[in-house]
Design a protein around this ligand. Structure first.
Ligand code: NAD
Length: 251
């Protein structure tokens, strides 16, 4: 086993309130591209196209968003070894929770209960009316898109959008609160598959790190918080996490 991984496992062995923070990189092995990795979405589309203002003002943006959503595979993706290992860690009782920037719902599909997951950027599995707030499962709206309604609207006339946080939209206050509570009471933190460059989400791990708890980063490629981490494991989440978690749980 990699020496850095072994040392990290040793440092985490005493932890009973581990905070896990995940980003798009934990789901690439489930076939969902990340944003900033070498094959990330931002290498193909322009992020400025996906602001909330554009979504509201331009039917073409909404049509493109729905068709990308339909074709992206996110709705049908399956959890991978990294998601499954985290569910095992939760079952072992050593984890305070998992704060995720992901919108794919794969932590819950792997077995983490809702109470263990904080979705900072919303979820792709729900859609809502921006006018009256009515909600639907996204699959229902995608059925309308498939049937030819390429810019679906609510009965009240409002625009429908998946319940993800777009650029320019406010962060969900209750979720931010839960995430900070976890950061303030965890006794170790592990960030997985994130460049740790999107704010305010990236403040969560910083909040834990400044309290002096052991901080481990697992990622392919550099992150903006490498200099803050006690241990930095370079590797695929689906390979590293099962090893790391098994090794922690052997204690
Ligand atoms: P990011 O794209 O900025 O960073 C992902 C990081 O993970 C990169 O450094 C990449 O090299 C690394 N990575 C890729 N595959 C990996 C693997 N198998 N194992 C370990 N590391 C791997 O993503 P981010 O930091 O999460 O921030 C960007 C935003 O992306 C978030 O707001 C999130 O909402 C959104 N997003 C979510 C999904 C999803 O839900 N699956 C997908 C794309 C983007």
């Amino acid at each position: 086993m990699d020496l850095e991984l072994q040392r990290a496992a040793e440092a985490l062995r005493e932890a009973s309130r581990l905070l896990i923070f995940t980003g798009a990189g934990i789901s690439t092995e489930s076939g969902i591209p990340d944003f900033r990795g070498p094959n990330g979405v931002w290498t193909k589309v322009d992020p400025s196209e996906f602001t909330i203002d554009r979504y509201i003002s331009r039917p073409e943006t909404r049509r493109k968003a729905w068709s990308m959503r339909r074709d992206s595979g996110v709705m049908k993706a399956e959890p991978n070894e990294a998601h499954l290992a985290l569910a095992e860690l939760w079952t072992s009782g050593r984890m305070i929770g998992c704060v995720t920037q992901n919108i794919d719902g794969l932590h819950q599909r792997a077995g983490l209960p809702d109470e263990a997951v904080v979705e900072l950027h919303g979820t792709v599995h729900k859609a809502s009316c921006l006018n009256c707030g009515r909600e639907w499962p996204t699959t229902e709206i995608l059925e309308r898109v498939d049937a030819g309604d390429d810019d679906p609207h609510c009965d009240c006339g409002g625009i429908i959008k998946v319940a993800t946080i777009s650029f320019g939209q406010a962060m969900p206050a209750a979720e931010m609160d839960r995430a900070y509570q976890m950061a303030l009471s965890c006794d170790a933190a592990v960030a997985v598959g994130s460049t740790l460059s999107v704010y305010p989400a990236a403040y969560i791990t910083m909040e834990a790190q400044v309290r002096g708890v052991p901080y481990v980063i697992v990622n392919l490629g550099r992150t903006d918080q490498d200099h803050l981490a006690d241990f930095r494991i370079e590797g695929k989440a689906g390979e590293v996490l099962p090893l790391l978690i098994r090794s922690i749980m052997m204690a």
